[in-house]
Design a protein around this ligand. Structure first.
Ligand code: OSB
Ligand code: MG
Length: 368
């Protein structure tokens, strides 16, 4: 396949409610979409970098720049391209996995649409529905938190993840346990604790949590392994896992008993499948993380989450948990599950009018 051009498009989508974590607050998703143009048809990808570089070092303006000036020239110079070839074609550029993921996703969509294969089948999906979980941000009070969690449980979500930070941990978890009983519950700290906080984290052992996600900074692998020796609650790593190799190493050191797989964080859906394979061989359960994606990223995440090793519910929620109007037909909950798209490629089409209406900039980069 020869690329004839790539469109970079920024869209602003207001969230139905602000999402607050220890990293900051998001109320509008400033998403960067790529449209891959080929003589055999087009494909869409989504770059999930956030507005600010607070989750990892990537952020949307930086991703836009590296795509425009470093990644697209390399990709467009390829005489022939396959989705498998995207990673190697971009390997000379260090880092920027979310920007790279968007391009590989767009090429996968174009290639699989042209050959009539769904992303789920291509990756090796083992199921056609996926259990839906929901991530709940920091709240301003316990009553407000209980109200939010109650509404999600009423909607059918099968697992709740609470964002925590020092000063907002044991009390909110206790309150949710007391009110909602043995609901599947876990917490995510986005690296907000320090190794000296071990005694405080041990207090969470009283609440039968499924896991505690990323208590310490991304590079604190030894500290996570040490914490695991003092905690009954399993430790899950998110930010620390940047590739299949880093997953294998984290598991071997005892730093990760569970892995959150986000394709954008590891450079694409093909590397995400390799992370899944490494974890499956080690007997480590995985689940699919989210980045407040539009329907494009959600479609791809559902395909990934249908692989056999994804044995825990992910941060995969219905479109209406994020957006009043999504850029694809909305994903809806059915008895707490979401359908895995079955049509070729990502299996979803963007709605032209909606995309146009929320576009803030668009640039077409040609092959010469
Ligand atoms: O840590 O999983 C995280 C969103 C942005 C950056 C980091 C994270 C998140 C989420 C969102 O938790 C979950 C979702 O998309 O539903
Ligand atoms: Mg996380």
């Amino acid at each position: 396949m020869k690329l004839t051009g790539v469109e970079l498009r920024r869209v602003h989508l207001p969230l139905v409610a602000p999402f607050r974590t220890g990293l900051g607050e998001t109320s509008v998703r400033d998403a960067l979409l790529v449209r891959i143009l080929t003589p055999d048809g087009e494909g869409w990808g989504e770059c999930t970098a956030m507005t600010e570089p607070t989750y990892t070092s990537e952020y949307v303006d930086g991703a836009h720049h590296v795509l425009r000036h470093h990644l697209l020239p390399r990709l467009l110079a390829q005489p022939e391209l396959t989705a498998e070839g995207v990673g190697p074609a971009l390997a000379a550029v260090m880092g920027h996995p979310m920007a790279k993921c968007a391009l590989e996703m767009g090429v996968l969509d174009a290639e699989l649409r042209a050959t009539g294969v769904s992303l789920a089948d291509h990756l090796g999906a083992a199921r056609d529905t996926v259990e839906a979980g929901v991530a709940v941000g920091l709240a301003s009070s316990i009553p407000e938190l209980l109200d939010t969690v109650g509404r999600y449980l009423d909607a059918g979500y099968r697992r709740v993840k609470l964002k925590i930070q020092p000063g907002w941990d044991v009390e909110p978890v206790r309150a949710v346990r007391e009110r909602f009983g043995d609901v599947a519950l876990h917490v995510d700290a986005n690296g907000g604790y320090r190794p000296g906080d071990t005694q405080q984290l041990r207090r969470l052992d009283a609440f039968a949590l499924l896991m505690i996600e990323q208590p310490f900074a991304a590079d604190e692998l030894a500290a996570h392994a040490e914490l695991a020796r003092h905690l009954h609650t399993p430790i899950c790593l998110d930010e620390s896992i940047t590739s299949a190799a880093s997953a294998a190493f984290a598991i071997s050191t005892g730093a990760a008993a569970i892995v959150n797989i986000k394709a954008p964080r590891v450079g694409g859906y093909l590397e995400a499948r390799r992370v899944h394979d490494v974890c499956a061989r080690a007997g480590v359960p995985v689940w699919c993380g989210g980045m407040l994606e539009t329907g494009l990223g959600r479609a791809a995440n559902l395909a990934l989450a249908a692989l056999p090793g994804f044995t825990l519910p992910g941060d995969l929620s219905a479109s209406d948990r994020y957006y009043r109007t999504d850029i694809t037909p909305p994903f809806v909950l059915r008895n707490g599950y979401l359908d895995v798209p079955t049509r070729p490629g990502l299996g979803v089409d963007v709605i032209g009018d909606v995309v146009e209406a929320c576009t803030t900039s668009v640039e077409l980069v040609g092959s010469d």
